[in-house]
Design a protein around this ligand. Structure first.
Ligand SMILES: Cc1cc2nc3c(=O)[nH]c(=O)nc-3n(C[C@H](O)[C@H](O)[C@H](O)COP(=O)(O)OP(=O)(O)OC[C@H]3O[C@@H](n4cnc5c(N)ncnc54)[C@H](O)[C@@H]3O)c2cc1C
Length: 291
């Protein structure tokens, strides 16, 4: 590991100043479950690591807004998200995704913002957050701005964060984020490996279906079906399969990945997308996730 300076700012202004001053030579440290590996293997060699765990504006916490939305602080861990009663009730796919990230030890440190900022195409919370219309709250030298999550990912390891910016929170807006949802994944070794396929699906009260998947291309993909066909439990299986297949058309699994070959991944995507849809439909039928 190359030596680096360690900074632990007490305010958001200080944290942003450090990121502005050091530019691409600075790296934010949250839980460290991705970053420390990259420091050790030398693929990241920053001159300064900015530990943001003492910054009050990024503190862990899941706050309900007056209108029924949620704001999740940047350093909130997977353990806290998976256990939160409102997330389990109203954003089931997110609770399920957080609950399968790594092992207990990883989930106790891994943060939601870290999962998004690391920008792995296999990040488990990304599909669930895309389905639930998450918005990323970004703090930087010019103040705060909000980015719809679908506009946040570019490709593996790259986001639309500008130099000097960091993620302060993730918002789940009240009405539109509410869907009956489910998360499904395939992995070689639970607790030790990223997903070969990670999928979330949500169905709203009008039968609109939002389906997002990861680990099948350079970034997570979101597709929306507004025809009502996928969201109608009475739709014949062959019609539903055709609609679903059309949603999966943008899957581009890597031909060289060590985790799984493209044919296997595409087959698993079909199975897990179908399962996630079926569970979303069941939940909607029992009134879960929809106010
Ligand atoms: C054994 C093991 C198993 C794992 N299993 C899974 C899994 O099943 N599913 C899964 O999705 N992931 C998995 N991971 C990856 C990792 O745990 C998650 O991506 C985690 O959520 C990262 O969060 P963190 O707080 O540890 O991020 P860190 O490692 O601290 O940071 C990750 C990256 O994001 C940047 N960053 C962090 N916070 C911010 C911020 N607020 N603003 C701007 N940039 C920021 C950092 O600079 C760094 O580049 C696993 C990792 C390990 C080691």
């Amino acid at each position: 590991m190359q030596p680096f300076a360690y900074a632990r700012p007490d305010t958001l202004t200080e944290a942003v100043d450090l990121l502005v001053r050091h530019g691409g030579d600075a790296r934010v440290l949250a839980g460290g479950t991705d970053l420390v590996i990259r420091l050790r293997d030398g693929s990241f060699a920053p001159s300064v690591v900015v530990d943001v765990k003492r910054v009050p504006e990024l503190a862990p916490g899941i706050l309900a807004t007056g209108d029924g939305g949620l704001v999740i602080g940047a350093t909130t861990t997977m353990t806290e998200i998976a256990a939160h009663p409102v997330i389990r009730r109203d954003l089931a796919a997110l609770a399920e995704a957080a609950a399968v990230v790594g092992s207990v030890q990883i989930r106790n440190r891994a943060t939601l913002a870290g999962n998004l900022c690391n920008a792995s195409p296999a990040a488990d919370t990304a599909p669930a957050l895309l389905v639930h219309r998450a918005v990323v709250v970004v703090a930087g030298p010019d103040g705060t701005r909000r980015i719809a999550l679908d506009d946040f990912f570019v490709r593996s390891g790259v986001t639309t964060l500008a130099p000097g910016e960091l993620v302060a929170a993730v918002e789940l807006p009240a009405g539109p984020s509410r869907m009956a949802s489910a998360h499904e994944r395939r992995t070689r070794r639970r607790g030790h490996d990223l997903a070969s396929v990670t999928v979330a699906c949500g169905v709203d009260a009008d039968g609109v279906v939002r389906l997002a998947f990861g680990s099948l291309g350079p970034r997570p993909v979101l597709r929306i079906d507004e025809s009502g066909g996928l969201g109608d439990p009475a739709t014949p299986d062959d019609v539903r399969d055709r609609l679903l297949e059309a949603m999966l058309g943008d899957a581009r699994p890597s031909a060289t990945s060590m985790r799984a070959g493209p044919t296997y991944r595409l087959a698993m995507l079909r199975i897990h997308a179908r399962r996630a849809l079926a569970r979303g439909l069941e939940r909607r039928a029992s009134g879960e996730g929809i106010p």
